[in-house]
Design a protein around this ligand. Structure first.
Ligand SMILES: [Zn+2]
Ligand SMILES: [Zn+2]
Length: 364
């Protein structure tokens, strides 16, 4: 199988805060250990509008302008760089945002999303000790093509569409938090926030053997959680969620709580509703973390186990298998698709939760 590779491609460039431009740019060439991929689907993430608005200046995302964003994607391998043996032209793949340096202590221990060489490109090192963070710190997928280290790729099953596979990172971020908290077989799990990550976390808790998953949210998304299998749905605008969870668990509390809402008061409530020695995973970004309160004496006296979770190391194959088996209903999460030309419109619909949007996917 061979593909004709054009000289130039369409790319959606972020040229400054809040300025996007569709430009014709050169198709990148794969280096050693890299492949060129034809990008088929890119899912818009909650972090994307934030980066467009300049909300990640504190962490230097993007590192330069113009910049091609997009980190939740799937596509097809169309050309191989030098020395690539683990992938072939024609392979259908999903990407991870992170590729660790592979050599630091964190990478060696499997924590490659918190690689100690973050931000270094490794281009002048014979050992290739650079880190990639595609779509944040390194060119991303909002284009017709991009090159990737093969270690950032995972093959996808024939029955998983590119649109669904583009949510490999979405489901993976949820899965990393869920695995850190641990699911108690037959127990009670709580998920805050029925957005794409929370909905994935809910389906993952069920797939991993939770006896009952309680979803906390409101409106159409809470209804979506009910449709997708949440056992109990609590509308936080109508009920005291802590009291309700304690009531449902005979005053003991939930076995584990996945905080996926990013609301300022949710981490506090999560610690109040989890059982003694229970686990709370924080799988969200917070608007004003300096002013976030946690019930520290509850955490200490109840030995609440807190886990911070920001990415998805080592879980891509697992979530892609769950997509293939239907344990995570990916099709139900994709509410809208748009061509690359309509990226700004797509971001607007996703960011402002218009038209009952859940996950909005771009097809470049
Ligand atoms: Zn993301
Ligand atoms: Zn590393």
């Amino acid at each position: 199988m061979t593909f004709e590779i054009p000289e130039t491609m369409k790319a959606m460039m972020l040229t400054a805060y809040d300025h996007l431009e569709l430009r014709e740019v050169p198709v990148p060439k794969p280096g050693p250990g890299e492949v060129l991929c034809r990008i088929k689907s890119v899912a818009i993430c909650g972090s994307d509008p934030k980066m467009i608005h300049g909300g990640y200046a504190f962490t230097n995302w993007p590192p330069y302008y113009p910049f091609i964003m997009g980190h939740e994607w799937a596509g097809q391998v169309v050309a191989l760089g030098e020395g690539v043996e683990d992938f072939q032209v024609g392979d259908r793949v999903a990407g991870e945002a992170h590729h660790g340096c592979g050599h630091c202590e964190n990478c060696k221990n499997g924590h490659y999303t918190v690689c100690l060489n973050y931000g270094k490109d490794g281009l002048n090192s014979k050992l290739d000790t650079g880190h990639r963070h595609y779509g944040f710190y390194w060119q991303g997928a909002n284009a017709e093509y991009n090159v990737y280290k093969t270690g950032a790729l995972c093959k996808i099953a024939d029955n998983v569409s590119y649109d669904v596979a583009s949510m490999c990172d979405t489901a993976g971020v949820a899965m990393h938090g869920v695995l850190q908290a641990g699911v108690t077989p037959g127990g009670t799990s709580v998920v805050f926030g029925p957005g794409p990550i929370g909905l994935c976390a809910m389906m993952e808790c069920k797939a991993l053997g939770s006896g009952r998953v309680i979803m906390i949210g409101r409106g159409a998304k809470l209804e979506k959680a009910r449709e997708l299998g949440a056992d109990v749905c609590i509308d936080f605008t109508k009920e005291d969620v802590v009291a309700r969870v304690l009531e449902l668990t005979n005053g003991i509390g939930a076995d584990e709580v996945m905080e996926c809402s990013g609301a300022d008061d949710s981490p506090y409530k999560a610690c109040q509703m989890v059982r003694k020695a229970g686990h709370v995973a924080l799988i969200a970004n917070y608007h004003d973390p300096a002013n976030l309160a946690l019930p520290m004496n509850t955490v200490v006296f109840n030995e609440v186990q807190l886990h911070g979770s920001k990415a998805n190391p080592g879980v891509s194959k697992m979530v892609l298998d769950f997509f293939a088996s239907g344990k995570i209903n990916g099709e139900a999460l994709v509410s809208h698709t748009f061509p690359l030309e309509d990226y700004e419109k797509a971001v607007d619909i996703f960011e402002h939760k218009k038209d009952n949007s859940v996950k909005v996917v771009i097809n470049p």
